[in-house]
Write a protein that binds this ligand. Structure first.
Ligand code: THG
Length: 369
């Protein structure tokens, strides 16, 4: 496949770390929330092995924040998500599907409760801010909604704990998964969460002071040498093997959270008020007709610039492959597909055409094991 360079402009927003990652050898970008998100530093497979063994620093500034503050902020945030946030606490992150009045997904952000009346919604790739502003206006909510200057640096990989301890002290290793707190770097406080878009362990620094964040970025590489630190980015292989879903790739506004396996974040029996609640209750009682499942394909290579239909041996359409990669762990291509109900049984076989050749595959449960 031919590759094309990206035409930069104000609309393709750069990050405070762009010049740094370009010096460090970024080789591909994707666009996420209208911002540059690095997609490769050379071989994705080499990066995958490195991420699973050492530590990487990622420019994930494209994970933008929608800040909602004011008297009605809790009401608005709850209206947008099907997850019950009534018992949510300061200092915790919550993975929250955002849904519309049809019960369909709008985004799958991490929500941070900064205070009783101040929230950050750390969004995936869709314009949640306009959705929030529309709802606030329609409901005459007393809120302020902005995109604050926050540019996340993620530190991911098994050695992230040693690296972060070296920079911020012992206390940072005591952070619980999806907990956050404030930590000092050269006199500046940074919000740091134990989170990140890999399952190799790590942290995310929500940088509000750009200068200090850039210094921190450089310092992480300086003191990280002993841990074999490298620049990196969300890794396609690692995230599919780990079953981390991607809005716009694996699911979008034509899918609901029950079809995407988000059942544990759908609080239909709670007292809380959210958009699409009645619709989701109806969908749940009637049962869903399609759901996201894993697939394994007997081939060693795939590139998937758009989704691809998959068929059973009678040429009946059984679903749509939405993300895929060669997996070093399974030694074949694995992927995430939306599968129609009659074909849900694990080990259902299917055919897929790749580059004019037909390959065999099997459906499996998520997560991959
Ligand atoms: N970090 C931050 N913002 C983000 C992402 C992130 N915004 C965009 C995107 N990633 C949102 N999507 C996800 C998907 C999965 C997870 C986080 C964000 C995740 N899930 C854990 C899991 O599946 O094991 C934990 C979920 C839980 O149990 O609460 O981490 O990465 N700041």
């Amino acid at each position: 496949m031919k590759n094309f360079s990206i035409a930069k402009s104000r609309r393709m927003r750069s990050t405070p770390y762009t010049s740094r990652i370009e010096k460090q050898g970024v080789t591909a970008y994707t666009i996420y929330n209208h911002m540059l998100l690095p997609a490769a530093f050379g071989s994705i497979e080499d990066s995958y092995y490195h991420l699973k063994e050492h530590v990487q620093v990622w420019d994930v500034a494209a994970e933008r924040q929608v800040e909602i503050s004011g008297k009605d902020s809790a009401k608005l945030v709850q209206l947008m998500t099907c997850r019950d946030l009534s018992k949510s606490k300061f200092g915790r992150c919550y993975y929250c599907p955002i849904i519309d009045d049809s019960g369909n997904l709008v985004n799958d952000p991490v929500v941070l409760k900064l205070a009783e009346d101040k929230w950050w919604i750390s969004i995936a790739d869709s314009d949640v801010i306009f959705f929030a502003k529309g709802l606030a206006s329609g409901h005459k909510f007393d809120v302020k909604i902005i995109e604050p200057i926050v540019d996340i640096i993620a530190i991911q990989g098994p050695k992230s704990f040693s690296l972060m301890e070296k920079v911020f002290g012992k206390k940072i290793t005591e952070l619980k998964f999806f907990g956050f707190d404030y930590f000092d770097f050269e006199g500046i406080k940074h919000l740091i969460a134990r989170s990140g878009w890999s399952k190799q362990g790590g942290f995310e620094v929500y940088v509000q002071n750009t200068k200090s964040g850039q210094k921190l970025y450089d310092y992480l590489f300086e003191v990280g040498k002993v841990f074999n630190v490298k620049p990196g980015c969300p890794n396609l292989i690692e995230r599919i093997e780990s079953g981390l879903l991607s809005y716009g790739n694996d699911f979008d506004n034509n899918d609901n959270p029950l079809e995407c396996g988000f059942d544990q974040y759908v609080s239909l029996d709670s007292e809380v008020n959210f958009l699409g609640k009645e619709k989701l209750k109806k969908i749940k009682s009637e049962g869903i007709e399609k759901k996201l499942m894993g697939v394994k394909i007997e081939v060693k290579e795939i590139s998937l610039p758009s989704s691809k239909n998959i068929y059973d041996e009678n040429n009946t359409l059984i679903g749509e492959l939405r993300s895929a990669t060669y997996s070093p762990q399974f030694k074949q291509v694995i992927g995430i597909a939306m599968i129609k109900k009659p074909f849900w049984k694990s080990s259902q076989s299917f055919k897929i055409e790749i580059n004019n050749n037909t390959f065999n595959g099997k459906v499996c449960d998520l997560p991959f094991i």
